[in-house]
Design a protein around this ligand. Structure first.
Ligand SMILES: *Cc1c(COP(=O)(O)O)cnc(C)c1O
Length: 448
């Protein structure tokens, strides 16, 4: 049962099959090129696509647009301290702005940054400092046949091997991403967080948590980590984040807003350095690239994120979508994470070679069949990497109903039923940067 009801609606419609075929062709078989008005259910991302509460909309009107000393900033600072436990906050235009500000202060050329798995923008900002981003996932983290309660954990064992190799001095920062977006949204335990904090202290590195999905992670901890059985989400969040020196946050995820972000920290000296860099790249440190009204809404959203009905329903809705898809005979990456269900297109279209992009074929078939938009995270998005042909169905927060997700499952089921008859794709146009090709490359069905 949902603990909210609609107060404002947005009309969506399913274009005719004929129209969907034409749109797909016009878009060069790339879902990023489909105009949103022609998408029925949009599961491209959970970033900035959620629904704000009436309290957040009311907060927008109270936004203080003062250049310096905005009262909206004071409310954000208080919310960050109450919810996450950090006294110093630097607002930024979104998560990657926080990464630029923080890693610009902490990381130098030639350094190595360790992370359970770097998210794309984190990796890019570490690399932009001239440093080397290295992942330390636990064994089996990327294997869908391995079950486990905390597959997002950081392998301290792997990290120690790297220290033995390069020396502790080369590693100024250790990052823990909760939940672990790059390994199918898998959670990280509090026990692992403590181990990583101890390890970071041992090598004298700053311990940063990428906290984008901190509340979803806390829900998994409550359900799966014996020590926290019966603890509140708010208490688990405070406990898990208490071990970090700093956090980076994308407000577009679990601050429940459409744009925004921040970095927060304990150390006053780091705060001063971050503010100076923020002035250069983001804006004066009491607005940091955001409108006062957006800061005000983010302060409210951060508090809502740890309210039990929100986070329970949020994660359970994603789990339900996973169950519905499985019931339709669609291969699902298991266990299902916090913000998205990942489908295994390599298994579904086992007759298609990697060069014909089975994941991208599934993305196109989901649109063709039911106007559903998903994103490919396989050989099309990551050229050269030997990885699973995954397709992500990310669920926007507080936005779709069970009926919408039933439509998604039925659509995927219909595609699965005719999986032997689908055609592969080939690239017809590519941008110069291969790492970014899935955003803009064009394709066409293979004709033999
Ligand atoms: C989205 C995200 C970011 C970057 O945030 P943006 O607001 O998109 O810039 C960083 N880390 C993780 C884990 C994310 O999911």
């Amino acid at each position: 049962m949902r603990s909210y009801k609609a107060k404002m609606v947005e009309t969506i419609s399913l274009p005719s099959r004929e129209k969907r075929e034409a749109i797909l062709d016009e878009a060069g078989y790339n879902a990023f090129n489909i105009p949103a008005e022609h998408v029925y259910i949009d599961l491209l991302t959970d970033s900035g696509t959620g629904t704000m509460s009436d309290e957040q909309w009311a907060a927008l009107f109270r936004g203080d647009e003062s250049y310096a000393g905005s009262t909206s900033f004071a409310k954000l600072r208080e919310a960050v301290e109450d919810v996450m436990g950090f006294p110093h906050v630097v607002p930024t235009h979104q998560g990657r702005g926080a990464e630029n500000v923080l890693y610009g202060c902490l990381v130098d050329e030639g350094d190595i940054v360790l992370n359970n798995a770097h998210f794309d923008t984190t990796r890019a900002h570490v690399a932009n400092q001239g440093a080397d981003p290295v992942d330390c996932p636990i064994e089996g983290a990327k294997d869908p046949s391995v079950d486990g309660p905390f597959k997002g954990d950081f392998s301290v064992e792997r990290a120690r091997e790297i220290v033995a190799d390069v020396g502790a001095d080369a590693i100024p920062v250790v990052v823990l991403t909760i939940t672990n977006n790059s390994t199918a949204g898998q959670p990280v335990s509090v026990e692992n967080t403590r181990e990583v904090a101890d390890f970071a202290a041992e090598i004298d590195a700053t311990f940063v948590v990428d906290a984008c999905r901190f509340a979803e992670n806390a829900y998994f901890v409550q359900q799966r980590e014996a020590e926290f059985d019966g603890s509140s989400i708010a208490d688990i969040v405070r406990e898990q984040l208490s071990y970090a020196d700093a956090v980076t946050m994308s407000g577009k995820k679990e601050a429940l807003v459409n744009i925004g972000g921040f970095a927060a920290m304990h150390d006053a000296e780091l705060f001063e350095a971050a503010k100076q860099r923020a002035i250069l790249y983001e804006g004066f440190p009491t607005y940091g690239g955001m409108a006062g009204r957006d800061i005000e809404a983010m302060a409210v959203g951060l508090r809502e994120a740890v309210e039990p009905p929100y986070v329970e329903e949020r994660v359970q809705q994603v789990q339900e979508l996973g169950e519905m898809l499985e019931a339709e005979g669609v291969p699902v990456y298991k266990p299902v994470g916090g913000h998205a269900v990942y489908l295994d297109a390599g298994q579904l279209f086992s007759q298609l070679p990697r060069e014909q992009f089975p994941g991208q074929v599934l993305v196109c078939e989901l649109y063709r069949e039911g106007g559903v938009r998903a994103v490919e995270l396989g050989s099309f998005a990551f050229p050269g990497a030997n990885r699973l042909e995954l397709v992500r169905l990310a669920v926007p927060r507080r936005t779709y109903s069970r009926e919408h997700l039933e439509h998604v499952a039925e659509t995927a089921g219909a595609v699965a039923d005719r999986s032997e008859y689908v055609t592969g794709l080939e690239i017809t146009g590519e941008p110069p940067v291969p790492e970014l090709r899935h955003f803009s490359a064009t394709l066409r069905p293979v004709t033999e």
